[in-house]
Design a protein around this ligand. Structure first.
Ligand code: NDP
Length: 368
């Protein structure tokens, strides 16, 4: 594919100055070049909407392959087995998946279930001795996140979080520019993350399964984005909630939250998380020497954006393909992405989410 070649050429130039191990040029070697290294054998848990997207994207992976399924819906297992040629011995349900411990043909389980189920499922996978990739948000609060990190450490397995943007080429380029000091001293980040949610009966609007509302699901992109765009950890948050539909967005399920974060350098972030607005997917970073703006900034792509130096021209490659090949490289070779995708990274976002909810409740500035 021409676009991959162009991408390689551009990256091989910029990679010279990269102080990191992550090498997209190596990772996305032209399809004609055979890959003979190890392949990460992945079982997906929860065969829903996002899992369907991940499985399709993995068809283009060189280093990762879907080999197993964990599901509560037998009819889906039948369909997925046929589609992805998965042997029956690699299929489990939520009652018996601990038996995966005895399955030498599976390296990692990718948990893609409702947020409120992540903690227990991840800990069970860890106890079965398999590496875990968990979708965002990693859990529903920092206490859960810490338990997950501890359990995976104890079991000596890796815990990774599905932060696909950390592998997205335009995002990686802006982070590289920031690391190179090309924006100068950073002053401000704006993150707008939201969509208009439909079906009121879905798990995303159920406090127990979602852990909250828009903040857990989409606001987290602005939290994570503020951190990787500014390259710092916030030291305080303030937040304000607006609820226009208390029937749809029940107690504990946030519809819209505006929040602000302060960083040690003096930079500030102003963000919006909502389930009640369309077309809200924008990042803006402002520094003394330049700026970056991205819109869309975290959707499935293509991501679009520009900096004070011009348009971002890195090609679009399916995010989940890059992510899964990148995670395979991380697991097998220890190659780190430009921003971590590990459990500690997931935990940092959960601590900030806890602080935002606390700030909404108390109306006060919360120190981190
Ligand atoms: P879906 O509702 O489409 O799928 C969730 C699946 O989880 C279900 O199909 C079901 O699969 C399984 N499941 C197990 N228990 C339950 C339960 N009690 N209620 C509902 N489903 C259950 O959700 P998504 O795929 O959209 O989201 C799943 C996770 O992925 C979430 O954590 C979400 O935040 C994350 N996500 C991440 C995205 C990203 O870009 N990184 C994008 C979208 C989602 P089965 O029938 O096989 O058991």
């Amino acid at each position: 594919m021409g676009s991959r070649r162009d991408f390689l050429e551009k990256l091989s130039v910029s990679a010279i100055s990269l102080p990191i191990l992550y090498s997209p040029a190596k990772l996305f070697a032209a399809p004609s070049e055979p890959y003979e290294g190890p392949v990460l054998r992945v079982a997906i848990m929860g065969l829903g909407g996002y899992a369907t997207r991940v499985a399709k994207a993995m068809e283009s992976c060189k280093r990762a392959k879907l080999v197993g399924l964990i599901s509560g819906t037998p009819s889906k297992v039948v369909d997925w087995r046929a589609k992805y040629d998965i042997p029956e011995k690699n299929c489990y349900n939520y009652e018996n998946f601990d038996k995966i411990k005895n399955n030498a043909d599976i390296d990692v389980v990718y948990v893609i279930t409702p947020n409120g189920l992540h903690k227990d499922q991840v800990i069970r996978v860890a106890k079965a001795g398999k590496h875990v990739i968990c979708e965002k948000p990693m859990g529903i609060n920092a206490k859960e996140g810490q338990e997950m990190v501890d359990a995976c450490k104890k079991a000596n397995v890796k815990l990774l979080v599905g932060y696909r943007m950390h592998y997205e080429p335009k995002t990686v380029e802006v982070i590289r520019m920031r690391q190179n000091g090309e924006f100068g001293k950073l002053k401000f980040f704006q993150g707008l993350s939201g969509f208009a949610i439909g079906d009121p009966t879905q798990w995303r609007l159920n406090k127990e399964l979602a852990g909250g509302g828009a903040m857990m699901d989409i606001g987290i992109y602005s939290i994570n984005g503020a951190r990787y765009m500014l390259g710092e950890e916030p030291i305080w948050v303030t937040a304000q909630e607006t609820k226009t539909d208390p029937v749809k967005f029940k107690e504990g399920v946030d519809e819209t939250i505006q929040f602000q974060m302060g960083f040690p350098s003096g930079a500030v972030a102003s963000c919006l998380s909502t389930y009640a607005m369309r077309h809200l997917d924008r990042f803006f970073l402002n520094g003394e020497k330049g700026y970056a703006e991205m819109q869309p900034s975290t959707g499935y792509g293509p991501i679009e954006g520009r900096t004070h130096k011009g348009e971002l021209t890195q090609p679009h490659i399916t995010h989940q393909t890059l992510q899964m090949d990148g995670m395979a490289q991380l697991i097998f070779e220890g190659v780190q992405p430009i921003v971590p995708v590990d459990g500690e990274e997931g935990l940092k976002d959960l601590k900030i989410i806890d602080a935002i909810y606390e700030a909404v409740k108390t109306g006060k500035k919360v120190d981190l």
